[in-house]
Design a protein around this ligand. Structure first.
Ligand code: FES
Length: 104
């Protein structure tokens, strides 16, 4: 079991459009709010390192801003090239006002 690390508050993140870059446990993580549920995936695109927190969001998908690879925000799976593999996804919980990501 990992450790939950606060990455923001529900007040900060409730109006989040697109992703937000956070640092937790020495990792760069992109946090998303999809209709009131929070998700966290690795920020760095496995293709050439594009920042997924700056990608466009279309429903549950984020599009890498550099070359357009598509990832499932809920699972980190790759949905479209040029990335060949997905990114890690991290469990998120809301603890009172805090949004926390589990880092193992
Ligand atoms: S760096 Fe993300 S698609 Fe190339």
């Amino acid at each position: 079991m990992g450790q939950y690390i606060k990455v923001g508050s529900t007040t900060e993140l409730e109006d989040l459009e697109g992703g937000k870059l956070v640092e937790a446990g020495g990792r760069s993580i992109a946090v998303f709010n999809l209709g009131g549920s929070y998700y966290a995936i690795e920020n760095t695109c496995p293709h050439r390192g594009g920042p997924l927190s700056q990608g466009m969001v279309a429903e549950d998908v984020v599009i890498c801003p550099w070359h357009g690879a598509r990832f499932d925000i809920k699972t980190g799976s790759v949905l479209g090239p040029p990335a060949a593999v997905g990114v890690q996804s991290y469990p998120v919980r809301v603890n009172g006002e805090d949004v926390e990501v589990e880092i193992s």
